[in-house]
Ligand binder design. Structure first.
Ligand code: TYD
Length: 232
């Protein structure tokens, strides 16, 4: 599926979080960041669309629905423009400095939201992503999985008083289709993707995520100390 995407070398660890609405991504990212920082890791938390000044400017256009009337192709290109700015201004420099980068949504959101439920050709989406990320592919992706109905209920409760955004307004079947699309991506890329059952308690979910990410972050620490030793 993504086999043609070139992967750039970096010394940090790039972890992305994906899933439908109300899956609890931001809570889990916060918890993981705290746990990793307590163990001495340099952690950067970021999100999409947004994460850099240029991308935040595009975020408003996308989430308000201002670009919707121009079609899903236009929206996909705007998401990609925001992603490229975010990668070059924030993510790549952080990875090059050896940080653990935790990002709320990334390439798989475009594949699922614009590609699958937006009905854009897969090849178009993949070509766009290749340009947007220029080799900065996640090392690990946690897909927080739960039935669309439960996720939407949670998202509505969380946003009580606020109008749902452009993507939250869509029908339940669309949200269910996205869930299936995420599961298919995980099946196609089992080394990168981990499905996490998000119907459980916050603690149980956090424990599973930590068990997946901490060994990767630890490996990073070893890489650094051994390369420091070989220099000396
Ligand atoms: P956001 O308010 O950040 O919510 P969430 O908690 O769901 O992450 O909204 C981001 C919305 O943008 C979300 O509905 C998914 C959508 N999106 C895309 O359609 N394509 C993309 O490439 C990205 C990054 C997000």
């Amino acid at each position: 599926m993504s086999a043609e995407i070139r992967v750039a070398e970096h010394s940090g660890l790039f972890v992305t979080f994906e899933g439908g609405e109300g899956a609890g991504k931001s809570t889990q990212i916060r918890r993981l960041a705290d746990q990793l920082r307590r163990r001495g890791h340099d952690v950067l938390v970021t999100r999409e669309p947004g994460g850099s000044p240029g991308a935040e400017a595009v975020r408003h256009v996308l989430l308000s629905g201002a670009a919707e009337e121009f079609g899903v192709r236009m929206e996909a290109i705007l998401f990609a423009a925001a992603r490229n700015d975010h990668v070059e201004e924030v993510i790549r420099p952080a990875l090059e400095s050896g940080a653990v980068v935790l990002c709320d949504r990334f390439i798989d959101s475009s594949r699922v939201y614009q590609g699958v439920t937006g009905n854009l050709e897969w090849d178009f989406i993949e070509r766009l992503q290749r340009i947007a990320i220029d080799g900065v592919m996640p090392d690990c992706t946690l897909i927080l999985d739960l039935p669309a109905e439960i996720g939407l209920k949670r998202a509505r409760k969380r946003g009580a008083g606020n109008a749902p955004d452009r993507f939250e307004r869509e029908e339940i079947e669309t949200h269910e289709k996205r869930r299936e699309a995420y599961l298919e991506i995980a099946e196609a890329e089992p080394e990168r993707c981990h499905i996490v059952n998000a119907e459980r308690s916050e603690e149980e979910i956090a424990d599973e995520i930590f068990a997946v990410v901490e060994p990767l972050a630890r490996e990073l620490g070893f890489t650094h100390s051994s390369s420091a030793e070989s220099v000396g």
